[in-house]
Design a protein around this ligand. Structure first.
Ligand code: SF4
Ligand code: SF4
Length: 214
């Protein structure tokens, strides 16, 4: 009997705790962010649409293998390797690097195994489109335009709110110093030839032993 009454007490108590929180929000002042006129609040560890540094990608497929929903597509003409002097990958061309955002879960599992740290979760939360096909972002096409991350359709206009103009500028500036290398990642580039090693000088023939005089 005692347990029975205690269960009733705990049930009522927990319902009241839950209802108290619900009631508090019922009477709270609602705030509507007038996006896109007003900037949304993006937390520092937000996982948005990817930012891809194609010039550092060695097309090793590790990100695609780690993806739990197989939504990363990579095509290349050959192996690529980071040039230690410049930090830029050389070798085969990257023909396609695409992510299907109709499947992506934004889990960031693709970023961890990347040996060159060239795929990151970005700070863009907005990717609108008119059909499913436009949910597949071709990062190789973006690289041709000097972009590392997809830009929302409305942000491609000139007349933008101040915060959006600043964000767009930030994305463009981030890729500007490496634009040339980004374009080169789409073509085959052989590593520079190694400096020829010095040939070892021919060893002098050993002096003939002096003949014994007869
Ligand atoms: S964030 Fe997750 S689901 Fe999206 S591409 Fe990366 S591994 Fe795949
Ligand atoms: S893991 Fe990194 S280097 Fe390898 S293919 Fe993916 S993005 Fe490129």
């Amino acid at each position: 009997m005692r347990d029975y009454l205690r269960n009733i007490y705990l049930t009522v108590k927990t319902i009241l705790i839950g209802m108290r929180i619900t009631l508090r929000y019922c009477f709270a002042r609602t705030i509507t962010v007038q996006y896109p006129d007003m900037a949304p609040t993006i937390q520092p560890r937000f996982r948005g649409f990817h930012c891809f540094e194609i010039e550092k990608c060695i097309a090793c497929d590790l990100c695609a293998k780690a993806c739990p929903v197989d939504c990363i597509y990579i095509e290349k003409t050959g192996a690529r390797k980071i040039d230690k002097e410049t930090g830029v990958a050389l070798g085969g061309a990257i023909l396609r690097y695409a992510i299907d955002y109709s499947k992506c879960m934004f889990c960031a599992l693709c970023t961890d195994p990347c040996p060159t740290e060239c795929i990151h979760m970005g700070d863009n939360h907005d990717l609108s489109g008119y059909d499913r096909a436009s949910m597949i972002v071709e990062f190789t096409e973006l690289a041709k335009q000097g972009l590392q991350t997809p830009m929302p359709i409305w942000m491609q206009k000139q007349d933008l709110p101040e915060w959006a103009q600043a964000k767009k500028q930030q994305w463009l500036e981030r890729a500007r110093p490496v634009r040339e290398q980004m374009a080169l990642a789409l073509t085959e580039r052989k590593p520079p030839p190694k400096p020829a090693a010095e040939k070892p000088t021919a060893a002098k023939p050993a002096a003939e032993p002096a003949k014994a005089e007869s």
